[in-house]
Design a protein around this ligand. Structure first.
Ligand code: PLP
Length: 375
């Protein structure tokens, strides 16, 4: 039955699982030691770092900092840069909570926080971001693409304008959702900090990395034994890091195929669904990730639809954030000016690497049947 929640998490790849296995058994060493078992673990980490750096085009392996996932990478980027430079944050209204809550935390510490609005398609205007930067700004954080709607932000344009204006701020992008399908590269003229998470790309949960351009000032947020050159303390998850490297390499190698195949599945899904029942695709005209489909079913409560879909074996997500069992209006949809009633009728469907056109058609048929019973 259709699993349509790959944006929440996607199954681990077989090659990732196989690569990790020895580090859950005989290669169990703590990489911080000085004996042979430790060296095996340490070598595995450094090899993974080199492979990830090469896969994303980072100039130096040490620009890859291993973290406990996307949330931690976002915290390290936003809080770390703001503390290191004792300055404020400019970010957008549609960021993941890991960025927005990090900014709010800094706000409580007295840092200046500016949240830039988006238009009705969920896109931020690069000019608005640049205008929000002042001499008190330490970091600008704009996601590469949104996790709810899939809408792609103009992070390239934001970065170009900030650089050409000579503004001395650190630039961060959360590429957690975008990494599977967009060409995320650590280029000289790109962002200084890039967040990537393992479990959205076929890697394990609880592991990710932050690309940190050489020379970027960053205060650690996790203190302790000084691992990761003092930027992130804590005993390394060696198996997770090894698995992450395999997932990153495979994702980069398969990106074009993924984009074509998954995009065809998603497009077929939206087309067939729309031809069977009344729907409104959120930001349907905007530049979106190929994997995401955020759909409003007028007159049908998302909560009801999700329960019925679950009974039919279909996994999808509320288009609005779910807090303690109740669906609250998502801050992303609110920022786009979507009325609470419309937001409460929205569901996110997200596709994964094995999905094809036939899957998209079949998923649309099942979802249309279930929704049809409710209308
Ligand atoms: N940023 C975005 C855009 C996400 O979609 C997610 C996860 O949903 C995260 C950050 C958090 O990543 P993790 O689950 O690895 O902590």
């Amino acid at each position: 039955m259709p699993y349509l929640d790959h944006a929440a998490t996607t199954p681990m790849r077989d090659d990732v699982r196989a690569a990790m296995a020895p580090y859950h058994s005989e290669r169990f060493g703590n990489p911080s030691g000085i004996h042979a078992a430790a060296r095996i673990a340490k070598n595995a980490i450094e090899e993974a770092r080199e492979r990830i750096a090469a896969a994303i085009g980072a100039a130096r392996p040490l620009e890859i900092v291993f973290t406990g996932g996307g949330t931690e990478s976002d915290n390290l980027a936003v809080v770390g840069a703001a503390l290191a430079r004792n300055g404020g944050v400019v970010t957008t209204a549609v960021e993941h909570a890991a960025v927005l809550e990090s900014a709010r935390f800094l706000g409580r510490l007295g840092h200046e926080i500016v949240i830039v609005p988006v238009d009705s398609s969920g896109r931020v205007d690069p000019g608005d971001v640049v205008s929000a930067v002042t001499d008190r700004t330490a970091i600008v954080s704009v996601m590469t693409a949104n996790n709810e709607t899939g809408v792609i932000q103009p992070i390239g344009e934001v970065t170009r304008r900030i650089r050409s204006a000579g503004l001395p701020v650190t630039i961060h992008t959360d590429a957690v959702q975008a990494f599977a399908s967009l060409p995320i590269r650590a280029s000289d003229d790109g962002p200084d900090l890039i967040t990537v998470s393992g479990h959205k790309i076929g890697g394990p949960k609880g592991i990710g990395f932050l690309f940190v351009r050489n020379g970027t000032e960053l205060e650690p947020v996790i203190h302790g034994g000084g691992q990761e050159l003092g930027r992130r303390s804590g005993t390394h998850d060696v198996a997770g890091i090894v698995g992450l490297a395999v997932a990153v390499e495979a994702t980069v190698a398969e990106r074009d195929r993924y984009a074509a195949r998954v995009g065809a599945a998603r497009d077929r899904f939206e087309h067939d669904l729309g031809s069977r029942i009344p729907i409104e695709v959120t930001a349907g005209e905007a530049d979106r990730l190929v994997s995401h489909s955020h759909v409003r079913f007028p007159g049908i409560r998302a909560e009801t639809l999700l329960v019925r879909l679950d009974l039919a074996g279909v996994a999808a997500a509320a288009g609005a954030a779910c807090h303690s069992g109740a669906i609250a209006t998502s801050h992303v949809l609110a920022a786009m000016g979507v009325a609470p009633d419309a937001a409460a009728e929205s569901v996110r469907f997200s596709f994964g690497r094995d999905d094809d056109v036939a899957f998209g058609a079949e998923a649309a048929r099942i979802v249309a049947d279930v929704a049809g019973e409710l209308s």
